[in-house]
Design a protein around this ligand. Structure first.
Ligand code: TYD
Length: 209
């Protein structure tokens, strides 16, 4: 994209992979280095993101293809809206770190709908803005379940295990498919938070040197 002055970093991972902790650590590190930076997330806090959250919490229901379409719309709003859109932040020189971006769609939705369709329906976003680096926090599904499972029933956990295993597989499939056009760092996140934070800083530092 022309006019981009800040860097754009996207964190990805299955639920329970530790994204939010690591994003906070990276933002603090970058700020200490003198980089002006901001965190953001998908689903967004905008109007389409609010609708998606109603679906994720079960207040509303929708077909999986409709949900995938809503995420694609939310992503465009995330990029282009005139209030806090990512494109204008980058143009003003701010480095933006997002908690999830289009690889989340490729991974989560292609479990139920064709991955080609998911990639195609996100093409406008991919053309507008590719991350300078996508950071995938890779942890074993069992570790993720131990972290998120405390208040859940056994059946819920079995369902979750199947789903997260499928999603992790789809992430790896999407990275392999798009390896020629996307910069992706797969970070082993099955370690203590400080060790993972150091691995992330090592992956990101070439962008700021
Ligand atoms: P998130 O808020 O990151 O979950 P958490 O707070 O548990 O880390 O994301 C909410 C859910 O939305 C998550 O299960 C992944 C899913 N999701 C999709 O299915 N498609 C997408 O395109 C995105 C961005 C998220």
């Amino acid at each position: 994209m022309s006019g981009q002055k800040g860097k754009f970093l996207a964190f990805e991972g299955i639920d329970g992979s530790g994204k939010s902790t690591q994003i906070q650590a990276l933002l603090a590190h970058l700020a200490a280095q003198g980089v002006t930076c901001r965190g953001t997330r998908e689903p967004t806090d905008g109007p389409v993101g609010a609708l998606i959250r109603q679906i994720l919490t079960g207040r509303m229901t929708a077909d999986n293809r409709v949900i995938a379409g809503l995420f694609a719309a939310d992503r465009l709003d995330h990029l282009v809206n005139g209030t806090d859109g990512v494109l204008q932040m980058l143009e003003s020189g701010v480095t933006v770190v997002t908690d999830r971006y289009y690889f989340s769609s490729y991974a989560y939705h292609s479990v139920d709908v064709d991955m080609d369709w998911v990639i195609h329906s996100n093409r406008l976003s991919a053309e507008l803005l590719k991350p300078d680096l996508t950071i995938f926090l890779d942890i074993p599904v069992q570790t993720a379940l131990d972290r998120i499972g405390r208040n859940r029933s056994r059946t819920e956990l079995f369902e979750k295990e199947d789903r997260l295993t499928a999603v992790r597989g789809k992430y790896l499939e999407a990275f392999a498919r798009l390896k020629d056009t996307e910069a992706v760092a797969i970070v082993d996140a099955d370690a203590d938070a400080d060790t993972v934070a150091r691995r992330i800083r090592d992956a990101v530092s070439p962008l700021f040197s």
